[in-house]
Design a binder for this molecule. Structure first.
Ligand code: M6R
Length: 619
């Protein structure tokens, strides 16, 4: 939520900052702003409501020179999204400018205190309170910026990643974090002099350097052009920076010929999942190797219960994971919305394992849920995509998805990456607990290994969804139905449609229809039914009949060769046959495509849907 970028070095900062903002725009796009110090020592702030292009447009006739700067793209929390509330914010004397990602929870009392001392504020934001507080500390303690930041942050309750410029010290950049991510890129300009980049994630940095430092909670860093990089914590204890080499390339951050990141990421799924399972599935021995499990084998053997905490799409994949882990490893699994779990004083025992599932690894509620579980003594396992993010760093063990950066706000390849990783996890636990016969274990491994090819088949055989989707642009509601492993797919299909087309959609377990929702069915209501020729096929056929007799329009996901459900449907998407537990990996693909093309037909911005942001790093 909100993206921060910063630069200090020999190059012109503005183009680097603007490019960085475009890369971070998936984190928020309500408004954008930039602050620079030019060669005359002037500190400027330019802001615009809306997307980064508006900022570019609005700064065409402005002085955007300078080799130090900070910039921000916002997802509004405090104060409506307009230019006044956009970041960067000035301090009262205009000696400081600051960008912030996070929430300062006690900003009202801090502001009231400063107002009593004669300070005035221009915006409604918690961020302006923070920059004013830093200046207030500088004035009252007669200290330098670095010390003032330390003092200010000690008084702050909440989460922050910040970067600050000081007009009277144009050769230094200061940043800090707690609860919101911040990465420092360490580079060299053409003449060999030091330069530093700051980003909410690695995407604005990777083009210039792959050497980064992940700032830790309550750390403050100061950088300058001599190559100085000092990091201390709030207690002023010097920290040793750990330089990490990023495993990412620029192509992963481009659309690669696709009109949108979402479509690119849908089509990337076969390869993304091949990468995800590479080295983890051994087809010679038909075995699964997950170091996160092997290293903590006893924990999993002795574990009495698994609790999976997640939000949104990750919660849906967690539900599929529950069904599979219970079936394969015979451990009871509970799936919790992290936002509920963290506040309801749950019973957690030391022999529980708490798994956090999160694409970004930064979701505030999921992070808070595992912090609570840690306090209660549970063993923590992370299933995340973004390497080096907060959740993997806070957990005892875990598995990365390795599906590559996901930029589209609507999660697609991360969902299938999570489902297959939870499948690997279930198999790996089943192996150490010996809960599956060798035959069944080997058969599941073989089937899992074929999933990427079957995904490719699914993509190739559903190309006409683009035409078909046009018919549904007039619809105000959709219902999605599935049973067993496909109930979470119904939830996921409905979420995808809602978030990018803004059409209301609900997912239900198919058999629940008759307990109420069937009252909604009429000739206007499209009902998407996931009906593979597996497990509960006959029961789903009955559910379809119930809907048809109320004149609902049936859109089905069927197994290749099926004629019965096909014949009952107004339209069908076809998937290859696979085991029940892996059907979600295939069935979700036509649903992703359906929501994409309906949204396109409605003229929506699928990569940046309204009111949403990719990582929800605030409550
Ligand atoms: O990064 P996370 O997986 O923790 O994010 C959780 C949700 O915010 C996320 O899945 C959200 O629901 C997506 N927009 C769904 O497409």
């Amino acid at each position: 939520m909100c993206g921060i970028v910063g630069y200090i070095g020999e190059q012109q900062a503005f183009p680097i900052l603007i490019k960085g903002l475009h890369r971070l725009e998936y984190r928020g796009y309500d408004s954008a702003g930039v602050s620079l110090i030019n060669s005359k020592g002037e500190l400027s702030v330019y802001k615009a409501k809306g997307k980064v292009v508006n900022l570019e447009e609005g700064t065409k006739d402005k002085d955007t020179t300078g080799t130090i700067g900070i910039a921000h793209t916002r997802w509004a929390t405090h104060g409506e999204p307009n230019a006044t509330n956009a970041h960067p914010h000035f301090s009262q004397s205009k000696n400081l400018s600051l960008v912030h990602n996070g929430i300062i929870e006690n900003y009202k009392s801090l502001r009231a205190e400063m107002e009593k001392n004669g300070m005035t504020f221009c915006s409604e934001t918690d961020t302006e309170v923070l920059v004013q507080l830093v200046e207030y500390m500088m004035n009252t303690h007669k200290c330098d910026l670095y010390t003032a930041v330390q003092l200010a942050l000690k008084n702050v309750v909440g989460a922050y990643a910040i970067a600050i410029l000081e007009k009277s010290h144009p050769d230094q950049l200061v940043c800090a974090r707690k609860g919101s991510p911040l990465i420092i890129g360490v580079g060299k300009s053409d003449n060999g002099r030091a330069e530093f980049y700051v980003g909410s994630d690695a995407t604005p940095i990777i083009e210039y350097t792959n050497q980064v430092i992940y700032l830790q909670d309550e750390e403050i860093a100061i950088m300058d052009r001599t190559g100085r990089l000092d990091i201390t914590n709030l207690a002023n204890v010097k920290q040793t920076p750990q330089l990490v080499t990023l495993q990412m390339n620029l192509d992963q951050l481009e659309k690669g010929g696709f009109p949108h990141f979402m479509l690119k990421e849908i089509w990337e799924q076969p390869n993304a999942l091949r990468t995800c399972i590479r080295g983890r599935v051994n087809m010679v021995d038909k075995d699964v190797l997950l170091s996160g499990i092997i290293d903590h084998k006893d924990k999993f053997i002795n574990c009495r219960r698994i609790i999976i905490c997640a939000c949104g799409t990750s919660w849906h994949s967690a539900l599929i994971g529950k069904y599979f882990i219970e079936e394969a490893a015979k451990i009871p699994v509970e799936v919790e919305y992290a936002s509920e779990f963290r506040y309801r004083n749950p019973v957690i025992n030391p022999d529980d394992i708490v798994i956090a599932v999160s694409q970004s690894g930064e979701t505030a509620d999921t992070l808070a849920a595992i912090q609570l579980a840690k306090e209660k003594g549970a063993f923590l396992y992370g299933i995340c995509n973004v390497i080096g993010s907060s959740i993997p760093r806070a957990t005892d063990s875990g598995t990365y998805l390795h599906v590559g950066p996901e930029i589209g706000v609507a999660s697609t390849k991360a969902f299938t990456g999570q489902v297959i990783t939870l499948g690997l996890l279930g198999l790996a636990i089943a192996k150490v607990k010996k809960t599956l016969s060798d035959d069944i274990f080997h058969m599941l491994v073989e089937e899992l290994e074929q999933i990427p090819d079957k995904m490719q088949w699914t993509l190739e055989h559903n190309k006409d969804i683009a035409q078909f989707a046009q018919m549904f642009t007039y619809c105000k509601n959709f219902i999605y139905l599935g049973r067993g492993y496909n109930y979470p797919v119904a939830l996921e299909g409905a979420l995808k449609l809602k978030e990018i087309s803004y059409i209301h959609a609900e997912g239900y377990p198919a058999a629940e229809m008759k307990h109420g929702p069937i009252a909604l069915i009429d000739e206007e209501m499209p009902v998407v039914v996931i009906a593979p020729k597996r497990g509960m096929y006959e029961k789903v056929v009955s559910n379809i009949q119930e809907i048809k007799s109320r004149k609902g329009k049936i859109i089905s996901v069927v197994t290749e060769g099926d004629t019965v459900v096909r014949g009952m449907s107004d339209y069908s998407f076809v998937i290859p046959d696979t085991r029940d537990c892996f059907v979600p990996l295939l069935a979700v693909i036509p649903l992703q495509l359906l929501s994409y093309y309906v949204a396109i037909a409605k003229g929506r911005n699928v990569d940046q849907p309204r009111n949403l942001a990719k990582s929800v790093t605030v409550e």
